[in-house]
Design a protein around this ligand. Structure first.
Ligand code: 6R9
Length: 646
């Protein structure tokens, strides 16, 4: 047995919902007879009208369609709320912990049901109805969850935009899905700093004439501008509304939400998820991957603006009648013990966070962790990017004191839920490996020609069969859906990730193989940062690549060519960083800018990113084939002048 293998602890194998025998048996059943398997699993949620059809899927580019439970009807909010009222009405549904340590609030299932009902009726009073797109631009407060569920209740499609995005990014997302209603707050607060959400919304809406209503939560009480007739306070909208709002009967394949995510080309795409399959899949993965047991306090530290927040703060946990903790703040405010203090304060059993947070906290040493108890913790999880074994071991030894298994969960906005992950009672752990596929998931590795590779090998990660939580289309652009995911390797879903499979069949995700950078677990398309840079009037050309970054996993490295007559200087460098923050948001800020008099291009004018990546990684020895370069001197210059990166 290899030294860094952590076998399933006996107690876990005995008490968990799924042990290894059960995993093997269920996995086999899910692959051999998916109809029966998913037909049974579909019953874990409540249907208004039962389904008779289970799946109808074709990955064929000419007729690409993905349908699950297509003649069933249900409502996502009903599944998250109403069905728990009889036996869990008084149980906490959401525990909210504010940015300041002395602020918190607990909402029971009964309270949450009532609050969702009132807002749903309020939205209806504004004229929002089934199929409308509602943009939600909110801090991590209970009203964000209420807003999502209120949309689901009336059949409106929510599009949550992360509060860290700029007015321009928000505007682009509002325009793309033609939202007519925005729900926001006066301000957000994170780590003691205020974020002007309403002011950002106002700026965005200057470019979005189609928005008729802006619902504003009073959160900090900060001053805001007001547009009469368009803006309405949340508390005034819900005042006098009935708690009771009948849940709209939705078809399984009616859209539940759109969530924008960066791709390797162009503007972000609106990943569209539908109702039935998504609810089945998030509820099932939440129960089994986290071995959720009634009464557990479960905490996922993501923001609801990302898919992890959608599936594993909100829909999965609430569908299971769990208690989910929602945290407004950041890991290092007021100090770097905050995560563990919150675990102690609320008696958290299951804790799910991102490797970037673990690396940052690891940098502060073990003492801030050790001064907290963490006795309640039973299981730890990670998501968003590969976790390096060093960080894994620190998480395991220092945070979990060697007592808590770690589930390293691999998945994507597109997949809706977790596809590759250990199950804590079934899977022996290896630090840095996402291990084995979840039920019904068939991952394969292919070479660049699409040939399936066998055995212990590295390749491009594809999934051959559909699963209920899979995205259905790119909103408004089905062709882009087909092109992006099903054309590189016809007949398969291509993830954009590379992976290695070891001799035990375990998967090790190595990272993106396309032009997407993973910065602190957040996806950023290089093309997006490039187009922001070239929009600056002193920039003539820009190329952006990722490079290894100790805390963020990957950092953003920009090569910038200035307009003729402009000369590089540090003020301009700062100005460009600010510019990108303003154009996209702080998460897109370049970490390093290198002035580049020219960019390496092929004779047909394509930028050779492979070479730029190597220079950014300080790996000049192996630039690979440079024979197609139009002007090899450009590369020598970039290597020589790499010191002027900052
Ligand atoms: C859920 C989420 C998806 C991309 C994905 C991959 C990376 C996510 C990972 C992981 C290694 C893990 N990723 N989880 N890489 N190990 N456990 O993060 O969705 O924001 O769409 O990002 O993140 O590269 O393709 P999303």
């Amino acid at each position: 047995m290899s030294a860094d293998l952590h076998p399933v602890p006996d107690e876990w194998a005995r008490t968990a919902k799924i042990d290894n025998d059960k995993y093997q048996e269920m996995y086999r059943a899910s692959i051999e007879d998916p109809e029966t398997f998913w037909g049974e699993q579909g019953r874990r949620i409540t249907w208004f009208r039962d389904y008779t059809k289970i799946r109808d899927v074709s990955y064929d580019a000419d007729d690409l369609h993905i349908r699950w439970y297509e003649d069933g009807t249900l409502n996502a909010a009903y599944n998250c709320l109403d069905r728990h009222l009889a036996d869990k009405g008084d149980q906490p549904a959401i525990i909210w912990e504010g940015d300041e340590p002395d602020t918190d609030e607990t909402v029971t299932y009964r309270d949450l049901h009532a609050r969702v009902g009132r807002l749903a009726n309020g939205l209806k009073a504004l004229g929002v109805s089934k199929g409308d797109r509602v943009t939600i631009y909110m801090p991590m407060i209970i009203e964000a969850a209420v807003a999502m569920l209120a949309c689901a209740r009336i059949g409106a499609i929510h599009s949550v935009v992360f509060g860290g995005f700029s007015p321009d990014s928000l505007a682009g997302r509002i325009q793309d899905c033609e939202s007519n209603c925005v729900i926001t707050a006066d301000e957000g607060v994170r780590g003691g700093r205020r974020i002007p959400l309403k002011a950002n919304t106002d700026a965005a809406l200057a470019e979005c004439p189609g928005v008729e209503h802006v619902v504003v939560v009073r959160h900090t009480g900060g001053d805001v501008a007001w547009k009469d007739g368009r803006d309405v306070w949340y508390h005034e909208l819900v005042e006098g509304q009935s708690d009771d709002c009948p849940a709209e009967e939705m078809n399984a394949e009616d859209p539940l939400f759109i969530l924008y995510t960066s791709g390797s080309t162009g503007k972000p795409k609106g990943v569209m998820h539908t109702t039935g399959g998504y609810m089945v899949y998030t509820s099932m993965t939440h129960e089994y991957v986290f071995d959720y047991r009634p009464g557990d306090i479960y905490w996922c530290t993501a923001d609801v603006g990302w898919v992890t927040g959608h599936s594993y703060i909100l829909y999965g946990p609430l569908a299971n009648g769990a208690t989910t903790l929602m945290f407004e703040g950041v890991p290092n405010y007021p100090d770097v013990s905050r995560f563990w203090q919150v675990c102690d304060k609320h008696n958290v059993q299951i804790f799910y966070t991102a490797p970037t947070a673990i690396r940052a906290l690891m940098g502060a040493g073990p003492d801030p962790v050790k001064k907290t108890s963490r006795k309640s913790l039973r299981l730890l999880g990670t998501v968003g990017e590969p976790i390096n074994p060093e960080a894994w071991n620190w998480y395991y030894d220092v945070v979990g004191e060697g007592r808590c298994p770690i589930v390293d969960t691999w998945w994507q906005t597109e997949t809706g839920g977790i596809l590759i992950s250990p199950l804590p009672g079934a899977t022996d752990l290896k630090p840095g490996s996402a291990t084995r596929p979840f039920f019904g998931i068939r991952p394969i590795l292919v070479d660049e020609f699409g040939k399936e590779l066998e055995g212990a090998v590295s390749g491009n990660l594809c999934i051959t069969e559909s699963w209920p939580g899979q995205m259905r289309t790119v909103y408004g652009d089905h062709e882009r859906f087909v092109q992006t995911y099903f054309s590189t390797y016809p007949g398969r879903y291509f993830t954009g990730d590379g992976a290695r499979r070891d001799e035990d069949g375990y998967f090790w995700i190595t990272g993106r193989v396309d032009d997407v950078i993973n910065v602190s677990g957040h996806r950023m398309g290089t093309a997006e940062v490039e187009s922001a840079l070239v929009a600056h009037d002193k920039v003539s050309e820009a190329a952006v690549v990722g490079y290894p970054h100790d805390l963020k996993g990957q950092g953003i490295y920009a090569y910038v060519t200035l307009m003729a007559g402009e000369s590089p200087n540090d003020d301009l460098r700062k100005e460009l960083v600010q510019w990108v923050r303003k154009e996209i948001g702080p998460i897109a800020s370049p970490d390093l800018i290198q002035w580049a008099p020219g960019l390496p291009k092929t004779r047909s004018g394509k930028i050779m990113r492979r070479i730029l990546r190597k220079i950014a990684e300080d790996d000049y020895g192996s630039l690979g084939d440079t024979s197609t370069l139009a002007d090899p001197a450009v590369v020598d210059d970039l290597i020589e002048n790499r010191q002027n990166r900052r």
